[in-house]
Design a protein around this ligand. Structure first.
Ligand SMILES: O=C(O)CCC(=O)C(=O)O
Ligand SMILES: [Fe+3]
Length: 825
């Protein structure tokens, strides 16, 4: 019989995905929606059918009973028993195949490439959907899609901006921000936790119970899905040759490993790779305390006993249980047992671990136990010892490597001291890449190192266009116009970044062409510098600023200050000590600087290099259109600008870094914006949410400062409004968490003595009370705690059981992040 129905196949979701993407580039939004929604639905169906078929076939053809028809096994002859075993295997395969074939069509239909799977894991379909819904004005759906995508891509700047944008739109409700991929067990758990933290215990019970039920059904599905094809990862297909039993073993152990890892999969928080530690057991910890507060002692006992299945030696839980039992009555309490599902779950999981450890010992197939609760003796002694030795060796090697690195560092430092200056001089002087550009002065003629003056880098026309751009932007922009210079009260200062210029261009306030020119010319300078200084690794933009300084005529008399005091760009110059300290708030990651001058029709304003004393001038450069002064951003190049006594002096100041982690975020945004302008499809979309791209902005972009200025202007210090508001949009949760972390830190600082006590209480709330009641009551444990007593107990404010370390880490890091933000400001 052929169980597979070739006709009634479910449309494969990779095909639907491709269709949707194709439709997207044609601007056929309805087709995008139809195909993408169907792709998501079909993916869900494939998942459900696979799990269902494997589970129901396991029920129909389990390996427990002998198969009728094969006969009673003959003692001593293995082969008939073997046949009976393999017959079951064959039956199971047949069952699963026909079950899946009936519902999905031929299995080859649903072989999906890893690339497409990855797109779905990254929730890319929602990025496309977001735009399509937006285009046809289905705002609620657009918002949900955007929110869903953002959950899995929290670093996606554009989507964050889109969400901010949606939030401001009329007709968008808070409830529209739905996570369409939320998993029921996690949703229930998080809701339970939220209520629990608010002392809403009765409703929290419902959610934690819901979470437990959903957990086991998700676990069942996850495990069933593990029974897929053998993953040859690490094996060479061609070389892999195993006999029947080895092949079965390899595959089966892989399946078991996968099943054990469902713990991790289920504990993963939405949109991150962070997991809730000790996830399943913690449900029963929350439950026992919630039930206790709801005065349901039977259930409190049941849940404590269940928790103790995982952690039998947990002292606090043992005490809680004693307290609950005393309250309810010992006899009654003795009759309450831990939950059966959990008993079964643990039994099965432990058996799996045993098999996995066996395979580890015998075949060397690695197994890393994801659970915290596994009793130590489940791991074979030999393995335990081996791991101990390995850990010790690893620690020793790490230490040795650390020492070696230190030695090398010292050696390198010493060597650099000797030859640094020399090698740098020798190294500079590479090609300037363009025929027109001339090298006017070198380090030698500038009396220093890592210095250059180039001419004809840009044309007269280009100078004029950028000069005009600066003035128009200052007029149109926010707040620069008429602002006193941060460096001198006798001058006015105006500045615009590439991104700001592009945005003004987008809004039609400055010519888009000029903004683009600004972007392109800054790139030209970057390339030329990289080549001239013969850098072995790329230069990245750290900050780009088109700046004009204008003399205030009535404030020139008796003027003695500089337009820009002598400083170095990546360290704090302490001229009294002839030192430059490379520490924040200096922009320590800046490695090279360049100033591209745009005009010379002003008085004063010469650029100067000096010694570390900030007095001895070593070279002077007169600005003029198309001239670039480029130099190393460190202590070797203290520099400043002489007073501009008449007219306006304009220049593009550029700072670069060799460390890609410090690439300017604004630059990336600017690039994206430019890309958007150049795509014809987007011409009419310029002011609406940004488009998903086949390759969305890398989500693992390291955090870098958004806007930086050489010296922050007082009024302009909030130069990060975008980030701030985006953070808010990111979820109040986060803000609250970091506040909490700060409060916690403050608390710790203030009263170190109180801390221990508070923490102890917090971890396992009722125990302290129970103990206090017992001693206070004086009598036998059983009769002490009455219902009325319970009522008087202080509310368990700080009562979260097991503040898991994962969360602690999250809090700590967000606190650290906000610390960092502060520094950068
Ligand atoms: O405008 C100039 O010539 C130099 C400016 C400067 O050094 C700076 O902004 O850090
Ligand atoms: Fe500077």
């Amino acid at each position: 019989d052929t169980p597979i129905n070739l006709n009634a196949g479910l449309e494969p979701y990779d095909l639907l995905f491709d269709n949707a993407v194709e439709a997207y580039y044609k601007g056929d939004w309805i087709s995008v929606i139809l195909n993408m929604e169907r792709a998501l639905r079909n993916k869900g169906t494939v998942r459900r059918v696979r799990a269902h078929c494997r589970l129901s076939c396991a029920n129909q053809t389990d390996f427990g009973e002998p198969v009728p028809g094969v006969g009673v096994p003959i003692p001593g002859s293995g082969s008939v028993e073997d046949l009976s075993f393999f017959q079951k295997i064959l039956k199971r395969a047949d069952c699963v195949n026909s079950c899946e074939g009936e519902k999905l069509g031929h299995p080859s239909l649903h072989k999906i490439s890893e690339a497409v799977e990855l797109e779905f894991r990254k929730r890319t379909p929602y990025n496309y959907l977001q735009v399509a819904y937006f285009k046809i004005n289905k705002l609620d759906k657009a918002v949900a899609a955007a929110h869903t995508f953002y959950q899995a891509n929290p670093d996606h700047l554009e989507m964050r901006q889109n969400l901010d944008y949606y939030r401001m739109m009329a007709g968008v409700k808070e409830t529209d921000f739905k996570d369409l991929e939320a998993r029921p067990h996690m949703e229930e758990f998080l809701e339970g936790k939220r209520l629990y933290s608010a002392d809403d215990f009765a409703p929290s019970v419902d959610h934690f119970e819901g979470a437990v039920t959903e957990y086991f059904s998700a676990d069942l599905e996850c495990r069933a899905l593990c029974e897929g094809a053998y993953d040859y990862d690490g094996y060479n297909y061609l070389e892999y040759s195993a006999d029947l039993f080895q092949a079965m073993t390899d595959h089966y152990i892989q399946v078991l490993n996968c099943k054990q890892n469902c713990v991790v999969d289920l504990a993963t928080l939405p949109g991150s790779d962070k997991t809730v530690e000790d996830f399943l057991p913690s449900h029963f910890n929350y439950l026992q305390f919630s039930y206790y507060n709801a005065e349901n002692y039977e259930k409190a006992i049941e849940c404590s006993k269940t928790y103790l299945l995982f952690h039998p030696e947990d002292e606090v839980m043992v005490q809680n249980l004693a307290f609950y039992s005393a309250t309810l009555g010992e006899d009654k309490a003795a009759g309450i047992t831990a939950r059966e599902v959990v008993q079964q779950y643990i039994k099965q999981s432990l058996l799996e671990k045993e098999l996995l450890y066996f395979a580890y010992e015998v075949f060397g197939i690695t197994f890393v136990d994801p659970d915290k609760w596994t009793p130590t003796d489940v791991m074979p002694l030999k393995l335990r010892e081996k791991q101990k030795v390995e850990r010790e060796t690893a620690a020793r090697i790490t230490e040795e490597i650390g020492n070696l690195m230190k030695e090398i560092e010292t050696l390198v430092e010493e060597k650099n001291k000797d030859s640094g200056e020399l090698s740098k001089v020798v190294r500079e002087g590479g090609s300037v890449l363009y025929d027109d550009i001339t090298v006017t002065m070198t380090s030698k003629s500038l009396n220093g190192s890592q210095r250059v003056v180039l001419d004809n880098v840009i044309t007269e026309d280009e100078c004029r266009e950028l000069h005009r751009l600066s003035n128009t932007a200052a007029m149109m922009g926010d707040g620069y116009r008429g602002k006193p210079s941060p460096h001198s009260p006798s001058e006015m200062f105006q500045g615009v970044t590439v991104l700001k210029a592009l945005k003004l261009g987008q809004e039609g306030k400055v010519p888009l062409k000029s903004a683009r020119l600004f972007f392109e010319l800054s790139e030209k300078v970057r390339k030329v510098l990289e080549s001239y200084f013969r850098l072995e690794t790329p230069l990245y933009f750290s900050y780009t600023h088109l700046v004009c300084r204008s003399a205030i005529d009535e404030k020139q008399e008796g003027r003695e200050d500089l337009s820009h005091p002598v400083h170095a760009d990546n360290c704090l110059l302490v001229s009294e000590l002839n030192e430059c300290i490379k520490e924040p708030p200096a922009y320590t990651h800046r490695d090279y600087s360049a100033i591209l001058y745009l005009n010379d029709d002003f008085e004063g304003g010469n650029f100067l290099f000096s010694e570390l004393d900030a007095k001895t001038v070593t070279a002077v450069v007169r600005p003029q259109c198309g001239r670039v002064v480029g130099f190393g951003a460190g202590k070797e190049n203290p520099h400043g600008v002489k007073a501009v006594t008449k007219g306006q002096r304009c220049a593009v100041a550029l700072w670069f870094t060799l460390d890609p982690r410090h690439t300017e975020k604004e630059r990336i945004q600017a690039e994206d914006l430019l890309k958007m302008f150049s795509s014809p499809l987007d011409a009419e979309f310029q002011r609406s949410p940004s488009e998903p791209k086949p390759k969305p902005v890398q989500s693992d972009q390291p955090a870098t400062e958004t806007a930086e200025q050489p010296i922050p202007e007082p009024g302009k210090q909030a130069a990060k409004p975008k980030q701030k508001s985006a953070e808010k949009a990111d979820g109040k949760q986060k803000v609250k968490q970091s506040d909490k972390a700060k409060a916690k830190a403050a608390e710790k600082k203030d009263k170190p003595a109180a801390k221990k006590n508070a923490d102890a209480k917090k971890d396992k709330p009722p125990v302290k009370k129970a103990a206090a009641d017992k001693s206070g009551g004086g009598g036998g444990g059983g009769s002490v705690a009455k219902a009325t007593d319970t009522k008087q107990r202080p509310k368990a404010k700080s009562s979260e059981p097991h503040k898991d370390s994962q969360e602690r880490r999250t809090e700590a890091s967000s606190a650290a992040d906000s610390e960092k933000d502060k520094d950068e400001l």
